[in-house]
Write a protein that binds this ligand. Structure first.
Ligand SMILES: Cc1ncc(COP(=O)(O)O)c(C=O)c1O
Length: 291
């Protein structure tokens, strides 16, 4: 972690390296908890209320009561952003099940930990951002939606981490996870879009994708720009045969894709990506720029 990283832990603000939680927290023992990643630009949190809404829904889905209201969390995040060294950065907001016995039963866990970190996050290097990321299709599958609903943003990311390890071993930037049926779900921490015949396509969340806040924004911006949009299941062939491909996420922002499994895409960064990138930046400037 960056030395300027800050942490707010259950009411106290401190350098992140000094923040500690008990080793019997079920967030650590079992990945039992939920989180959000939120960017701030010019010291303003981007789409904060939408992130807090998703956090609340994830928490409800796992029967976890967040001991702070959205108003309190908003005030905490604003305080952290004010205290942070840079104008732009990244907030990680986590709510864990809290300390309990070593068994996985959450019944005895009565004090969730609320952890908010302000830091920087760099998902890919600048060269990949400019020239396009290289992807592989991972052999690791996204969990079936009837096992764990992908809309729950939980602290359990092990299959995504295994996919990332596969990408590391292949010497590429990112991995695409398929669902149990072999159709495209998403990246390890990002949603995926393709462009074919000037039409923008992305899989529905029921295929195993997180309901990404950047994803929903890109769908709305494309629609507003008159770009044809279709949310439909996609196969690996669709990725290989795409005209353009890109990734979206709070951490990722927008990343153009140069190749998938060594198949170079004909256009990177492509014209649709470039126009959406501009619209994305304009939206950030409108919502976070100025006084
Ligand atoms: C698995 C996964 N998919 C997609 C995304 C992108 O979602 P958002 O745009 O809301 O950040 C994330 C973000 O962390 C993620 O973890």
């Amino acid at each position: 972690m960056n030395e300027k990283a800050l942490c707010w832990l259950n009411g106290e603000l401190m350098p992140a390296e000094q923040a500690c939680i008990p080793v019997n927290d079920h967030g650590l023992l079992y990945g039992d908890g939920v989180f959000e990643g939120i960017r701030f630009y010019k010291r303003r949190a981007f789409r904060l209320q939408r992130h807090l809404q998703r956090l609340q829904m994830s928490a409800r889905a796992i029967a976890l009561a967040i001991p702070r209201s959205n108003e309190e969390l908003t005030a905490v995040i604003e305080r952290l952003i004010d205290a942070f060294a840079d104008d732009d950065g990244y907030i990680r907001l986590m709510v864990t099940r809290g300390p309990g016995s070593l068994g996985l039963n959450p019944k005895g866990c009565s004090q969730p930990n609320v952890i908010v970190i302000a830091d920087q996050l760099c998902m890919v290097d600048q060269a990949s951002r400019e020239q396009g990321a290289r992807l592989i299709v991972s052999s690791v599958r996204r969990l079936p939606v009837d096992s764990l609903d992908p809309r729950i943003k939980s602290l359990n990311y092990l299959n995504h981490i295994l996919a990332k390890i596969e990408a590391n071993h292949a010497g590429v930037d990112e991995a695409v996870l398929l669902n149990a049926q072999g159709r495209v779900a998403e990246g390890t921490a990002d949603n995926i879009f393709i462009v074919r015949n000037a039409c923008l396509l992305t899989p529905p969340c029921s295929e195993g994708a997180l309901e990404g806040i950047t994803r929903e924004m890109i769908l709305a911006l494309a629609d507003a720009a008159g770009i044809k949009v279709r949310v439909q299941p996609l196969g690996v062939y669709d990725l290989y045969a795409a005209d353009e491909c890109f990734l979206t996420g709070t951490g990722a922002e927008l990343i153009p894709v140069a190749s998938i499994d060594c198949r170079s895409l004909p256009s990177c960064p492509g014209p649709v990506f470039q126009s959406l990138q501009l619209a994305f930046q304009r939206t950030i400037d409108q919502e976070c720029g100025g006084e």
